[in-house]
Design a protein around this ligand. Structure first.
Ligand SMILES: C[S@@+](CC[C@H](N)C(=O)[O-])C[C@H]1O[C@@H](n2cnc3c(N)ncnc32)[C@H](O)[C@@H]1O
Ligand SMILES: O=c1cc(-c2ccc(O)cc2)oc2c(O)c(O)ccc12
Length: 237
């Protein structure tokens, strides 16, 4: 598809400006970030995988979505040290729950003391596993179909479409499935030869995922340029 003067709003695109990102964080995100999340972010900053954390601006958006839909039953794929997990736990009611899946318990345990101190550990059922077998097991019980309000996916990009198919069965009509990293550092809009080798495979998976959800009639979507790209899918049938 070619872009023409019929898209006068194109010049408004301000993506990839570090200064603008810093402005958003400084003025709107950090001043409102709950103190346990700030503490978790600072502890995570000392860990070599810190670049993997969900960004605070995406976290702020997710917190608002969770409250807007009054989410009570949620699922998270890809926990790492738990920034998005703690964010979710702080955004849902006292009696709500999160199934959180990650094969790496060690990194979850980095954030766990902060989750405990925040008084929200009782909402979390952490499952140390690859996500696909857990989702398949949940789907063996018909009672789980359409029973979740919200799902967040931030794990292996190669399985995003596999997660999407399963989560569409688990999330209720009107529920949300949110995927992180759907702009994959901006590489989705770059020619493959300009992308570093280590990012190529995930880039291909994300492009395939973006193309697939863009024509999926079972959902409404919004790809927001928050953080590394956040795609919000709302199940409509
Ligand atoms: C980008 S990090 C998640 C960041 C997290 N959302 C946060 O806010 O800190 C990706 C995580 O996905 C996990 N992961 C990788 N493959 C997975 C799989 N097949 N199933 C579940 N989790 C997986 C990794 O162990 C890693 O902790
Ligand atoms: O650089 C990454 C890598 C991942 C990643 C790679 C392989 C897996 O099995 C899971 C995750 O995820 C990332 C991510 O979610 C992020 O926000 C930034 C960077 C990376």
């Amino acid at each position: 598809m070619e872009f023409t003067t019929a898209e006068p709003f194109l010049h408004k695109g301000l993506l990839q400006s570090f200064e603008l990102t810093k402005y958003i964080l400084k003025t709107n995100v950090y001043p409102r970030e709950p103190s346990p999340l700030k503490e978790l972010r600072e502890v995570t900053a000392k860990h070599p995988g810190n670049f993997m954390s969900t960004t605070p601006d995406s976290g702020q958006l997710m917190g608002m979505l969770l409250k807007l839909i009054n989410a009570k039953k949620t699922i998270e794929i890809g926990v790492y040290t738990g920034y998005s997990l703690l964010l979710t736990a702080l955004s849902i009611p006292h009696d709500a729950m999160i199934i959180a899946i990650d094969p790496n318990k060690e990194t979850y345990e980095i954030g766990l003391p902060i989750i405990q101190k925040a008084g929200v550990e009782h909402k979390i059922n952490f499952i140390e596993s690859q996500a696909l077998p857990v989702l398949d097991k949940l789907l063996q019980n018909k009672d789980n179909e359409g029973s979740f309000d919200f799902a967040f996916v931030d794990a292996d990009k190669e399985n995003y479409l596999n997660y999407h198919e399963r989560l569409l069965k688990l999330v209720k009509v009107g529920g949300l499935i949110v995927f992180d990293n759907t702009l994959w550092g901006g590489t989705v809009a770059q020619p493959e030869e300009a992308v570093s080798e280590d990012r190529k495979e995930s880039r291909r998976s994300i492009i395939e995922f973006n193309n697939s959800v863009s024509i999926d009639q079972r959902i409404e979507i919004a790809l927001t340029p928050s953080g590394d790209g956040l795609t919000i899918c709302r199940r409509i049938r």
